[in-house]
Design a protein. Structure first.
Length: 127
């Protein structure tokens, strides 16, 4: 985790489970036009960030990196207008091993902004 405090730090799924969680029905469209829908459970990114005196809309972008090397930048227009779920349960079941430790789910955006197996988050502000 980088960009929320002066120094980088680690957070675990167990840490996230201590935060209030939401369950939301979420859908997205893949690049091939296929629609996907899931029920995602976990804390909202804003809930997590409040611990550090931040809100997701305070950042110009947030970069997520997955253990399979997939990475995605979430731009400010999404950060300012969409809830982001730090999901550890999908459709009522714990994440499969290859999706651990975390899946990013953003209702109503293209599926390319969703990420599974997230291991790093870098929050950037405009300079």
């Amino acid at each position: 985790m980088q960009g929320l405090q002066e120094k980088s730090f680690a957070i675990t799924q167990s840490d996230l489970k201590k935060l209030p969680a939401v369950t939301k029905a979420c859908s997205a469209t893949r690049a091939n036009g296929e629609k996907i829908s899931v029920d995602a459970t976990g804390p909202l990114l804003n809930t997590f960030m409040r611990q550090f005196g931040n809100k997701q809309k305070d950042f110009s972008r947030i970069h997520f990196t997955s253990k399979d090397k997939y990475s995605v930048d979430i731009p400010h227009n999404i950060l300012a207008n969409r809830p982001i779920i730090l999901a550890y349960i999908i459709n009522g079941k714990p994440l499969p091993n290859d999706w651990q430790p975390l899946r990013i789910v953003i209702p109503g955006v293209l599926a390319r902004y969703w990420a599974k197996g997230v291991i790093f988050m870098d929050c950037e502000r405009d300079k």
